[in-house]
Structure formats: C-alpha cells, structure tokens
Design a protein around this ligand. Structure first.
Ligand SMILES: Nc1ncnc2c1ncn2[C@@H]1O[C@H](COP(=O)(O)OP(=O)(O)OP(=O)(O)O)[C@@H](O)[C@H]1O
Ligand SMILES: [Mg+2]
Length: 225
C-alpha cells in the first residue's frame, strides 16, 4: 500500500504574489516522480492572491472579518484548482473543501482548500489528515524552520529542530487573528495537540530537502509533536 503524505501546501510558496509557475511545475514533476510509492494530499493556502484581494477589499470598504475570510477561502480554492488542473488525470477531479465529508478517492493526488470562515487551511489540513489517516503530515511553507519568534521580524530569531505543541501554543497565543502569518494558527495547534499528531514544518521551496523528509532521511525542518 502506498503511504499517504499530507502536505499543507503554503500559499506563500505556490503563489507568493502571483502563481510561481516555475516552482509549481517543479513541484508537480517531483510528486509525480515519487508517486510510485506515495499518494499525496495537498491542502493549499491563499498566499499572495489572498493578500492582494484582501487589501483591495479593505481599500474599498469596511469589510468585516467574515467577508475577508471568504476572500481567503476563495483564494485558496483558486490556487487549489490551478494545482489540481495542472496535475491532470492522476488527481481527484473535485477539490475537497469540507474535510469532514465522506471521501472516496482512488487517484494518487487529492487537493483540498479552505472551508468556512474561522477555519484556516492549516486546520482543514489537520482535520483531513486525521480523517484519511495520513502517514505523514508536512507543512510546506516559506521558512526553513519554526523559529523561537518571527524570523521576518527579528534578525536574532533562532531555528528550532523540535518543539512541543504546548510550547508552540504558548508562542503563537490562543487568539485567532484572520490572515495571521504563523507556522500554524491557534485552532490548528489545539487540534493537533488534542489528537497527539506529529507535523513536520519545512521550507517547501527546497525540494531536495522535502524529498529527504518524505523518505525519512535527515532533513532540515522542525518536528512538532
Ligand atoms: N515563530 C515563527 N517561526 C517561523 N515563521 C513565523 C514565526 N512566527 C511568524 N512566522 C511567519 O509565518 C510566515 C509563514 O506563514 P504564512 O501564513 O505567511 O505562510 P503559509 O502558511 O505558507 O501561506 P498560506 O497561509 O498562504 O498558505 C513566515 O514567513 C513568518 O514570517
Ligand atoms: Mg499561513
């Protein structure tokens, strides 16, 4: 039986501003190559499309948090559709938006996206991972590690090779902020902690390193458990 690898595919790497076609092409080639041994479940975030559309909405009027969240949800669905379409006929034709729904997928690739306001794509990814009994969960984002503080704000931030859910929870806080930039958000952290999950956080742009993580070799990244 092929192992099921669930990747929360960061919008930050797929669509940092507009979609990064060269990287997406490389990533798709990479997972197609590995697919003799693995099935991939990819839950996609909103990335730059989310940011651009949210900023636009905020410039025009006082959109409430739910309205802004819906923009993020549709941004992630657009990214997901792009990924599923370019993966072609090896990919389940429908984008998974409700991670609690009954799933019957036979293909090697499955793509998911945002569900409803208040549910981050990280949270969707973890709920789906539990439902399908994923063998490995990876959050592929734009930093090499989880750091002890935001590396984009603090030059002296220190990389962490491992961290507990409790320590991450204390670092990120318990309050959900829409469109928050963090390795994982409070709802996802609470879910993972409750369900005793293990998540690998790494830089998805580094494909050779991603391969090492999937093949359970020495890799650069943070193990959260
Ligand atoms: N302790 C931390 N360690 C690592 N990154 C952190 C930390 N705190 C905050 N961040 C920020 O989180 C960012 C990654 O989260 P972000 O939501 O921007 O990307 P993503 O989750 O990959 O994309 P998307 O949410 O669109 O799917 C980093 O670029 C960094 O600035
Ligand atoms: Mg994010």
């Amino acid at each position: 039986m092929k192992k099921k690898i669930l990747i929360k595919f960061g919008g930050s790497i797929m669509t940092p501003h507009l979609p990064d076609s060269a990287y997406i092409k490389k990533f798709c080639k990479f997972i197609k190559k590995l697919n003799k041994k693995y099935r991939f479940i990819l839950v996609v975030g909103g990335g730059g499309v989310n940011t651009i559309y949210n900023e636009t909405a905020k410039k025009i009027s006082k959109v409430d948090s739910e309205g802004l969240d819906w923009i993020g949800i549709y941004a992630s669905r657009l990214n997901a559709r792009l990924l599923a379409s370019v993966l072609g006929n090896k990919c389940h034709p429908r984008i998974i938006t409700d991670p609690t729904s009954t799933l019957n997928w036979k293909k090697d690739f499955l793509v998911g996206a945002g569900w409803k306001p208040g549910w981050s794509t990280n949270y969707v990814a973890l709920v789906l991972a539990k439902k399908i009994k994923a063998d490995m969960i990876i959050t592929a984002t734009n930093t090499d590690y989880v750091f002890n503080k935001d590396p984009n704000k603090y030059k002296d931030a220190k990389p962490l090779k491992a961290i507990s859910w409790q320590a991450l929870r204390e670092m990120i806080g318990d309050e959900w902020q829409p469109r928050m930039h963090a390795p994982l958000d409070p709802s996802a952290i609470r879910f993972a902690q409750k369900n005793k999950m293990q998540v690998i956080n790494l830089n998805g742009k580094n494909i050779p390193n991603l391969k090492k993580a999937i093949e359970e070799k020495n890799f650069k990244g943070t193990v959260i458990s």
